[in-house]
Design a protein around this ligand. Sequence first.
Ligand SMILES: [Zn+2]
Length: 627
Amino acid sequence: MSTNKPCLQSHVNEVKPGGTVAPILISTDKTRLTEFVGGKTAYPVYMTVGNIPKRLQRKPSQHACVLIAYLSVDKIDRSAMGMSDQDHRIRVQRVFHEAMRVVLEPLIEAGKKGMEMASSDGSIRDVFPLLSCYAADYPEQCLVACTKYGTCVKCRVKAAELGDHQPGEPRTASWTTSIIHEARQHSEAYQGTPIMKSRQFHTQCMSYDVAGTVYRPFWNGFPLCDIHQAIVPDILHQLYQGVFKHLVGWCQKAVGAGHLDARIRALPPSYGVRHFKNGISVLSQISGGERKNMAKILLGCLVGMMPKDGILAVTALLDFIYIAQYSAHNSTTLGYLDDALKRFHQHQDYFIKLGVWEDFNIPKFHSLLHYISSIKLFGTTDNYNTELFEQLHIDFAKEGWRASNQKDEFPQMINWLSRHEKIAAFAAYLKSFQPIAQANISADMPMPLSTTPNQSTPPISIAKHPAFPKSPITVAQEKHNAPDFDHYLKVYINSLLPAPLPLRQLDNHTLPFKRVHIFNQFSLHHTAIHDDEPDSPDVVRALRKSAAHPYGRFDTVVVLVNDSAESTGLAGKSIICFFINQCVICILFRYKDWPSASDFHHTRYARYITRPTRAPCYMAWWSTGIC
Ligand SMILES: [Zn+2]
């Protein structure tokens, strides 16, 4: 995580020159311990430190994120106390802030004066843990930042103006506390019962779009902490479960849910794309993973059913969702993000004119305006995605719950967790000796020839033996649904000749062979942007008609045809993909003796032939040997 470290570091240097900033990221999220409705819940508080590389942070097994507390989930008996809904809300929010203050209070002193900690190289450093990021979904963001529900937690724009294309004046922690302080003074001077005073306080705060529930927010007094700035973008809840959820709903209304379902059902199965065999309108309780799968196919299914303005609006929003998730950003890619949002603003009125929605005064849509500033401050969104913390629920809440006897479960869960933490700490301690032992052994050994597996992995790998050896070309054309295969094979071979024939003459010539080896699949090995990314190849399949696949299976792929398309995402004009109505045929050749490898070493393995067509794009793929 980058965080606004230079700024924090300069403050820390004033207290202790050379002190180390440790940006603290906190996340809170309620989770259900049991599947049934109304079952038990837990309210864990997670913490991690921004200095830890994200490749470790996102692996629960590395224990870089720790559980620091379970907040109370006990229900308040409202009927016995005669509380109104508002009084109940106020009570619940005060309990949250008081509990969080108790949990995080040690950070105040440590953040001001620093604390000595041993770093991985064994030296003792003065570390300043500073509360810098808070990851949560929207209702919790409002709760944490003491913001009126339905407004922006980061700026002062009014609820009725959230649809404007510019953010408002920034909220700051000092501004919020001053509003709370002023309202409290007025309420104390007010003549009335404590409940009436509390309501007076609430009303005055709400007139400034500040939640008038707590007198002392938990973050008050934390050194160098601005809670409004610390609220970070949330890909899962804001983009997929918020913005994209709205978008799907509007598209369903615009083109008809039944029509959209029909197209989705008709999609052929493809690698990495979920096939919704019953459509999407029948789904209930849609998970983040399902939304991600819908995002992959939505645009392709809308082409031809929605006018240009609608398609441009959907494209722009999907561009934004994908670019916001880049694992590395620079000023150019942030420019793409800004451009995608501007394009959406330009075309969003399509949905209003159509009558499927009234306005865009939606907090999650407004939050898109704050993404670029947050990425500049805290780094890419994968540093603080709440998905990471949702994964931790399994280890830190659900496993512990299952290990308990499910009566008075929290003390048992804490015991279970602390034992597991001790075992993990001891395992890490033992592991810390391993590099030393390896170094001693390797001192007398020769260096390995190969350093990384990536260096030896070819970009494309293929099986040693074909699935259908020596198949007649006519069979390939018929059973693999490739009627023009012999033509394109001739075009390709002709292009390799020292003196290619004019294309119009090719039909007068026949291929010098009649049979080909046919392979069903190949694997594409990507070059990882970061060293820590796992090598997970994409498998591309082309299966002919069979009982299991009555129409065959031809995986859809996105092909970058030149270098300029690399950094532009799906917005790049040179990218060929299924929803821009182009047909891509990729032919892989394995020649035994002709032409020689030196004749076409650049194009030996792949060649792309494109032609515009009204058919959806597919990637058909063959391999041939001269039989
Ligand atoms: Zn805002």
